[in-house]
Design a protein around this ligand. Structure first.
Ligand SMILES: Cc1cc2nc3c(=O)[nH]c(=O)nc-3n(C[C@H](O)[C@H](O)[C@H](O)COP(=O)(O)O)c2cc1C
Length: 161
């Protein structure tokens, strides 16, 4: 499968996910090209069997860079895509010591639904999604242990092997 992957990693965690994704998918016979949206235009994308989009989460949202990119995409209806977000792992509130509820966490993790919404309006076909977490002690990472296993799950969800 030919895959073009576009991400907007700021601190390098999403870029590491992308590199591992490429490495694994290529061991399974696919071909993956990685692009940072900063250096990519939304028009005339290389042809691919599937596109992957990845974004960090800033203040609960996908980044401005990835949203600008996906909103301007010109790909035919039915084009397949997969999406991943990177997030902070859950941690107790610094003042109260209480863990946030699922509902509170979801409000700070709107990244994937935002990208989906932009692509739904273009009638693109979603194949898979995956979440990756950085350790809660530091917003800049590193990724939580075991992240490579999650990349593997993401690859299997897309390639079916
Ligand atoms: C200014 C700022 C705001 C952030 N806000 C959130 C947030 O609302 N929810 C969340 O899960 N992570 C938040 N994070 C953590 C990011 O998710 C994390 O930095 C990012 O996933 C790392 O990916 P990258 O290394 O590819 O940039 C924030 C980080 C920064 C720097």
């Amino acid at each position: 499968m030919d895959i073009e992957l576009y991400h907007d990693s700021k601190y390098g965690n999403g870029a590491r996910v992308a590199e591992e994704f490429k490495r694994l998918a290529e061991t399974k016979g696919s071909n993956v090209n990685i692009h940072h949206v900063r250096e990519a235009g939304s028009k005339n994308l290389p042809r691919a069997d599937l596109y992957v989009f990845g974004s960090p989460t800033h203040f609960g949202k996908a980044t401005r860079g990835i949203m600008r990119f996906v909103k301007k995409l010109e790909l035919p209806p039915g084009t397949k895509y997969a999406v991943f977000g990177t997030f902070s792992g859950a941690a107790p509130d610094k003042k109260t010591g209480k863990m946030p509820s699922e509902e509170e966490l979801e409000k700070r993790r709107r990244t994937i639904p935002m990208i989906d919404e932009a692509l739904r309006s273009k009638e693109m076909a979603k194949v898979a999604e995956m979440r990756f977490f950085v350790k809660p002690e530091n917003l800049k990472g590193p990724l939580e242990d075991g992240w490579q296993k999650i990349v593997e799950e993401f690859v299997v969800a897309i390639l079916g092997k």
